[in-house]
Design a protein around this ligand. Structure first.
Ligand SMILES: C[S@@+](CC[C@H](N)C(=O)[O-])C[C@H]1O[C@@H](n2cnc3c(N)ncnc32)[C@H](O)[C@@H]1O
Length: 426
């Protein structure tokens, strides 16, 4: 197909995995941003960097029955959400279909589908704002759709309102901190009433913290009640703590963990509770367990109420935090790269159940090792249906059955979704 960059009238047949409407042309697909199955739209066509046809929505000529007015006033410009323009019923079915279709592609279906859990918006406790200082104003927001320009998001519906309130204070307080005309990322995490800020990017006049910056940050921490502030010049650098008024404490069951800067937490407290409940529902009442990709202990803590836990994690800061929190609990903590050096089948055999919750890339090497193990129960938590299905196939080929799956949606209105899958050795 060769098309000039032009506008066309298109009917939309399906929704793609990123929430784009899909028009199926003769031999190629056209992905139309913010369009829904059943819509007829006009769109400006262009090839993207990967060679795919994209349609930038110009007008909806005939609206899909699934179309609604988006609830957020910033939806047209902000790139943070993908699917506010669909009815809740359509949106929820689509989220479930993302998991069902990913499994079906690998010829898999769970014996039981547990009821999906959809969490309300407004609970996001960790967020990274794009920040830009120009004169006496710092704009803190999200990137505009299809652009790197920062858009103000005064009324975001996803984020915890306490973070939004803080954001409005930071627009002033960050003025003496950030470098003129340069962008930075401002990560905010709130847990148990504590709040941390991690700034990534150039600061002060020279790009690195100077005396003025230090003084301004001390003022900022006091005025906005920030517990800890850390800084790094680039994303790949380790954050350097510049000021700590209070430790950032998180409670996971019996574990009281002092979180390191930028610690991974489930994005919403309700999402964390739903995932923990889904895991604990299947974990035996007593036993010896492993928690692989344990982070700072989201699952390890509650699991300790049922027996001894081996927590294995690749991030040294998280491992140190868990070790410090251990006290007299029956917890062993190991720093280990589970991609390169997965827990072997002979090491796994002493466990009654293993929980694994890898990053988006999944746990391919670990799944291969577990497929050869005798562990009776594996509980997988995943934020990527595609990599989960790939790893599930490996486990099923190794003799496990996929007993149940449950969709947990804490990433409201985005194309991201989580699931908990339970595997049993026949
Ligand atoms: C999705 S998070 C889950 C953390 C924890 N289970 C929770 O719910 O808070 C994935 C975790 O895997 C860890 N991780 C990433 N790559 C790893 C690797 N190659 N080996 C071990 N852990 C890794 C990350 O540091 C992170 O803590």
């Amino acid at each position: 197909m060769s098309r000039p960059d032009t506008s066309e009238t298109l009917t939309i047949h399906a929704l793609g995995a990123h929430g784009d409407g899909v028009h199926q042309a003769e031999r190629e697909r056209i992905y139309v941003d913010r369009a829904l199955p059943g819509d007829t739209v006009t769109a400006a066509l262009r090839r993207d960097a990967e060679g795919l046809w994209r349609g930038d929505l110009i007008d909806v000529i005939a609206a899909s029955p699934h179309r609604v007015s988006p609830p957020c006033a910033h939806y047209d410009v902000c790139g943070g959400c993908a699917l506010q323009h669909a009815t809740p019923a359509f949106y929820q079915d689509w989220k479930v279909s993302l998991v069902r279709d990913a499994l079906a592609k690998r010829d898999l279906a769970p014996r039981v589908w547990k009821d999906p859990v959809f969490l309300p918006a407004g609970g996001r406790r960790r967020v990274t704002f794009a920040a830009l200082k120009k004169g006496n104003v710092v704009t803190l927001g999200f990137n505009r759709r299809r652009s790197h320009q920062v858009t103000d998001v005064a009324g975001c519906l996803i984020i915890d309102p306490a973070i939004l309130e803080l954001r409005s204070k930071l627009s002033m307080l960050l003025v003496p901190v950030l470098k003129e005309g340069k962008s930075a990322d401002v990560f905010i995490q709130m847990v148990n009433g504590g709040c941390e800020l991690v700034i990534t990017g150039p600061m002060g006049r020279g790009g690195a913290p100077d005396l003025v910056v230090h003084e301004a940050l001390a003022q900022l921490a006091h005025t906005a009640r920030i517990g800890r502030i850390a800084w790094r010049a680039r994303e790949r650098d380790a954050p350097e703590v510049m000021l700590e008024r209070n430790p950032m404490m998180a409670r996971f069951g019996a574990l009281n963990v002092a979180l390191p800067p930028l610690a991974f937490l489930q994005p919403t407290p309700a999402g964390e509770a739903a995932l923990v409940a889904a895991v604990m529902e299947h974990l035996p009442e007593k036993g010896t367990f492993a928690d692989l990709f344990a982070g700072c202990g989201t699952f390890t803590g509650p699991m300790l109420a049922r027996g001894a836990v081996d927590a294995v994690e690749g991030n040294p800061d998280a491992v140190r935090a868990l070790e410090k929190a251990r006290g007299t609990l029956p917890l062993r903590v190991t720093l280990r790269d589970l991609f390169r050096n997965p827990l072997r089948a002979d090491e796994a055999k002493r466990f009654d159940a293993i929980v694994f919750d890898p990053p988006r890339a999944g746990a391919q090497a670990q799944a291969k090792a577990l497929a050869a193990s005798t562990v009776p129960l594996l509980i997988g938590v995943s934020c990527s249906p595609g990599s989960f299905a790939r790893d599930a196939r490996i486990l099923v080929d190794g003799g496990y059955t996929l007993d149940s799956a449950q969709v947990v949606d804490q990433f409201t209105w985005s194309h991201h979704v989580e699931l908990v899958g339970v595997f049993r050795r026949a």
